[in-house]
Design a binder for this molecule. Structure first.
Ligand code: NAP
Length: 256
């Protein structure tokens, strides 16, 4: 049976780890040729190699999404070496949990780093890949968060919450503007997903994890694989009339 993403080339940022890595592998299983972009070149290549060993098509490029000129260079290289990207997943992101009223230097550093990567990075990469996406009636999938809406129950840094509100705003703004080119732009809102991003928190702050799980109807944290189905849906023709939406993949966290 043909896959849902045959004839697509999909670029995924932050694809060396966690959610991005799972999405890249899932897209490859659905027949897409995947381009793994990550600041960690070696890990990205390992993930690509794993996909190739399973029979998929994958290549990797080092990319720091903060560096706008590098985003343009990588987009050009991908065009020359792989082809026209028709799916972009903006997934690269970091998180820290310092409160605004805490140590000033930590708060300022968090703001600069998190906004640079989680928000400006989404802008940089999307802008760099705009032409192929527009030419190919492409699909953009942005990884947002429950923090695109909420903050109080599971404390987080204001920078992270702001960045994820921004990702959702950017998703809606681009959906409104790019719809006329047939480009669809959507977001996914994961809840707590067990990845290296929060490995230390899960070990050091079980109380925070408990607060989270107690508020999650499905009663468990998510796995990267839980995000793959929504990501395939939003990249494929299954969602042909869906744009400007956020699909929550949070075990029901936001519903209650
Ligand atoms: P992860 O396992 O840490 O993976 C993130 C990947 O992005 C890592 O390979 C990381 O490299 C890379 N990266 C970091 N900075 C980068 C940059 N400047 N340029 C390119 N790549 C960069 O995290 P994850 O949990 O899968 O998170 C993926 C996305 O999901 C993020 O946007 C995150 O905010 C979002 N999200 C996660 C959760 C969750 O509970 N895990 C919940 C909601 C939303 P290094 O490891 O070398 O830094």
């Amino acid at each position: 049976m043909p896959g849902l993403l045959e004839n697509h080339i999909a670029a995924v940022t932050g694809a060396a780890s966690g959610i991005g890595r799972a999405i890249a592998a899932g897209y490859a299983r659905e027949g897409a040729q995947v381009v793994l972009l990550d600041i960690d070149e070696q890990a990205a290549e390992q993930a690509a190699e794993e996909i190739r060993r399973s029979g998929g098509r994958a290549s990797s490029y080092r990319l720091d999404v903060v560096r706008r000129e590098d985003c343009v260079k990588v987009a050009t290289l991908v065009r020359e070496q792989v082809g026209q990207v028709s799916i972009l997943v903006n997934n690269a992101g970091i998180n820290r949990r310092n409160g605004f009223a805490g140590d000033a230097s930590a708060v300022i550093k968090d703001w600069e780093d998190i906004i640079s990567i989680n928000l400006n990075g989404v802008f940089n990469v999307t802008h760099a890949f705009l032409e192929p996406l527009r030419a190919g009636k492409g699909r953009i999938v942005n990884i947002a968060s429950i923090q695109s809406f909420v903050h109080v129950r599971t404390p987080n840094s204001p920078a992270y919450t702001t960045s994820k509100h921004g990702v959702l705003g950017f998703t809606r703004a681009l959906a409104a503007e790019l719809g006329k080119y047939g480009v669809r732009v959507n977001a996914i809102g994961p809840g707590l997903i067990e990845t290296p991003l929060n490995a230390a928190v899960r070990v050091n702050d079980p109380e925070l994890v408990k607060i989270f799980i107690d508020h999650t109807p499905l009663g468990r944290a998510g796995k990267p694989e839980d995000i793959v189905g929504p990501a395939i849906f939003l990249a494929s023709d299954l969602s042909s009339y869906v744009t400007g939406s956020i699909v929550m993949a949070d075990g029901g966290y936001r519903a209650i």
